[in-house]
Design a protein around this ligand. Structure first.
Ligand code: NAD
Ligand code: UDX
Length: 480
């Protein structure tokens, strides 16, 4: 029986390995992590991450050929294939701070693999890493190998949170990069055989190591670029009376452009896009390509602009101050169907409103009060650390409360601000909400989920990103 061990039981390691175990009953899969509470949760009825369909998959194979363990070294030593799926956040200190990927956790995992291994292994980069990382990892492994043969493969993961299980069941492609030597090709074939249990072989792309590593950064940069492009258009739509949804629909019909990833929003979030683009920018700079670096940097800058623009629009609409006003925040996760809040635009928007002394009542169906308080009070550099290195929760922010439904959040509020596109926000009883709010009652929709005309008929003053402004908003000072 082939044995797989995955280091890192997070948003990628957990679901990916659960699907491999489900689709490959002949393979034993052990997911290990140094953060014990996460392993305990993976072994319980309350998995550490919310992902539609994940519970079912885990229940089907946990204890059969899928195991979660904190005994990292033992399972690495026993494995034939070791996936490394640890975090690779942006460096916060030292050379490349604010841009380069922090490979501390990767390096320590690689050193540990070299230390404990007693048999040949295929080591798979599952984490998103800078191009050429495999070379560095190879050096660490071969210089400490005691004669053991390690083959490094790059197998970046393309799943998106909220749809991880369907993405893993039916991936657009699986990408495997390896050395162009006979040993490298043999290792590629071994990993290909794993995926071929359920992925059609014409969807398994094999490349050299550097193409695979760079393709992951490139894919995320292209995806994020589409969002920043449509968000830049949304600002122009508001200025001209065009409707960004109509523009997206019209341009998306061009088969060369395609309809996906053209939803204007308050900005993209998530643990990947910003981090990976900054990493790409740094690599371009290090390779003497400042023009290419500044091209990609702009994607992140437009994203920052979009968040600031949203807060400015809110404050200027509400008589240029939100001080002492209750604002209902609907949605805190970075997108629907996940409880993940890493880099969520909600953090920037809420901090902007708190900076103007607003009182926030926050509702998200999947994010806990503790998480929201941590996100709003901790520094980004602390939040980027793996869970076992994060400090204890700081004192709660008094102006922030978290409630159990949207109606409670909106009770007595001056404005509602929609920051995650949860389906339930489309079908709320907005008349009931309006009746319970201060007047004039505002809705600021950062996700284009509400029916603007219907809400205006009820009496709301509505701002929806990239939609024609109503008269009230046009009369307010221009926002930058
Ligand atoms: P995560 O923070 O959810 O999980 C990483 C886990 O690794 C943590 O539980 C941490 O405790 C563990 N870890 C760190 N160092 C360790 C060590 N030395 N030994 C054992 N465990 C260790 O991160 P994630 O979201 O799963 O992302 C992992 C990687 O995958 C990143 O490089 C990310 O860019 C990439 N990625 C993420 C996504 C996504 O949607 N989240 C998608 C594609 C790729
Ligand atoms: C992304 C990539 O899609 C995935 O392939 C990669 O493996 C990891 O990074 P993820 O961040 O989980 O996945 O979610 P994604 O669906 O890409 O959304 C990212 C952010 O962009 C979210 O905040 C989402 O709300 C926002 N978004 C997405 C938009 O604002 N508009 C869109 O049209 C699409």
């Amino acid at each position: 029986m082939v044995k797989i061990c995955c280091i890192g039981a997070g948003y990628v390691g957990g679901p990916t390995m659960a699907v491999i175990a489900l689709k490959c009953p002949d393979i034993e899969v052990v997911v290990v992590d140094i953060f014990e509470p996460r392993i305990i949760a993976w072994n319980s009825d309350h998995l550490p991450i919310y992902e539609p369909g994940l519970d079912d998959v885990v229940k089907q194979c946990r204890g059969e050929n899928l195991f979660f363990s904190k005994d990292v070294e033992k399972h690495v030593a026993e494995a034939d294939i070791v996936f490394v799926s640890v975090n690779t956040p942006t460096k916060t200190q030292g050379l490349g701070a604010g841009k380069a990927a922090d490979l501390t956790y990767w390096e320590s995992a690689a050193r540990m693999i070299a230390d404990v291994s007693k048999s040949d292994k295929i080591v798979v980069e599952k984490s998103t890493v800078p191009v050429k990382t495999a070379e560095a990892i190879e050096k660490i492994l071969t210089h400490n190998s005691k004669g053991i043969n390690f083959q490094i493969l790059s197998n970046p993961e393309f799943l998106a949170e909220g749809t991880a299980i369907q993405d893993l069941f039916k991936p657009d492609r699986v990408l495997i990069g390896g050395r162009e030597t006979p040993e490298g090709q043999k290792a590629i074939q071994a990993l290909k055989d794993v995926y071929a249990h359920w992925v059609p072989v014409d969807r398994i792309i094999c490349t050299n190591l550097w193409s695979a590593e760079l393709s992951k950064l490139a894919a995320n940069a292209f995806l994020a670029q589409r969002i920043s492009s449509v968000n830049a258009m949304s600002a122009l739509c508001e200025a001209t009376g065009a409707d960004v949804s109509q523009v997206s629909h019209a341009i998306g019909k061009d088969t060369r452009i395609g309809p996906k990833f053209l939803n204007a929003s308050v900005g993209f979030g998530g643990s990947c896009f910003q981090k990976d683009i900054l990493n790409l920018v740094y690599i371009c700079e290090c390779n003497g390509l400042p023009e290419v670096a500044s091209y990609w940097k702009q994607v992140v800058q437009v994203n920052e602009y979009q968040k600031t623009r949203f807060v400015n629009r809110m404050v200027s609409s509400m008589f240029n101050t939100v001080s002492g006003k209750k604002i209902a925040i609907l949605g805190f996760a970075f997108k629907k169907d996940t409880g993940d809040t890493r880099e969520t635009p909600a953090i920037g928007v809420c901090q902007g409103l708190l900076g103007d002394k607003a009182i926030l009542s926050i509702y998200d169906p999947q994010v806990s009060q503790e998480q929201i308080q941590r996100d709003l009070s901790m520094h980004k550099s602390e939040l980027d650390r793996p869970p076992h290195l994060q400090p204890a929760s700081p004192t709660a922010i008094k102006q922030v409360s978290c409630v159990w439904d949207a109606y409670e959040a909106a009770k007595g509020a001056h404005g509602i601000c929609i920051l995650t596109e949860w389906d339930e926000f489309k079908t709320l009883d907005y008349q009931k909400i309006y009746d319970d709010m201060q007047k004039p009652a505002f809705v600021f929709d950062g996700r284009n989920v509400v029916d603007v005309d219907k809400l205006r008929q009820i009496g709301f003053i509505v701002y929806s990103t990239g939609k024609p402004l109503d008269a009230w908003l046009k009369d307010m000072p221009a926002v930058a």
